[in-house]
Design a protein around this ligand. Structure first.
Ligand code: GDP
Length: 197
């Protein structure tokens, strides 16, 4: 898929105020600093459509971007940032839970994980929660430029092994690098194929 247009539509913390039309949407979420903003900017060919975070955990909003006038890319807040207070965490959980539970336009989520790290409980728990709630998702491994090809394979295999302790199948996954523009077409073509199904 070629991205011809990408427009910021709105930011809010209330799922009921999200765009009312029925365009399909895809939500991007992951731990703070995982490289989500960089990935969104890579996918949309923009330098700063999504604000790369000087201070992780700061942007606690649901951000809607309209892509090619026919689907929404949704940038959700990063989770798991230690400096966020307990009450901020609770608020976060509430509106993210509401977003995933109530947003009928949501077609699929992308859970971002840093390819260098072992599977983290917070990510596994979140994927588990998505699974239990019947929300389709794919995994996006970020920052693949930081590893050599055989280390990429090893890290992905380790992740698979960990996931298969609780999941029957490995979810769909993509290996990406925003610095080296790796994986962009894979993600966009996947969204295209789902949109056209
Ligand atoms: P966010 O908090 O998840 O939105 O993460 P950002 O996109 O702001 O990125 C967090 C940090 O990781 C920044 O210092 C980025 O420059 C860096 N980063 C993001 N993507 C990549 C990547 O693909 N490769 C490398 N090497 N660094 C990246």
């Amino acid at each position: 898929m070629e991205i011809k247009s990408a427009e910021f539509i709105m930011s809010n913390s209330d799922v009921m105020k999200c765009p009312k039309n029925l365009l399909p949407e895809y939500a991007f979420i992951g731990r703070s600093n995982v490289g989500k903003s960089s990935l969104i900017n890579m996918l949309t060919n923009r330098k700063s459509l999504a604000k790369t975070s000087g201070r992780p955990g700061k942007t606690q909003l649901i951000n809607h971007f309209l892509i090619n006038k026919n689907w929404y890319l949704v940038d959700l807040p990063g989770y798991g940032y230690a400096r966020v207070s307990k009450s901020a965490k609770k608020t976060f959980q509430k509106f993210i839970t509401q977003y995933f539970s109530l947003r009928e336009q949501l077609v699929s989520a992308f859970v971002l994980v840093d390819i260098r790290h072992d599977a983290q409980p917070i990510d596994l728990e979140f994927m588990q929660w998505l699974g239990e709630n019947g929300i389709p998702f794919s995994i996006i491994f970020t920052k693949a430029d930081k590893l050599k090809p055989n280390a990429i394979t090893r890290h992905v295999e380790n992740y698979k092994t960990k996931l298969l302790e609780t999941w029957e199948d490995m979810p769909n996954y993509f290996v990406t690098s925003s610095s080296k523009s790796i994986g962009k077409d894979d993600v966009l073509d996947y969204i295209d194929s789902v949109n056209n199904n």
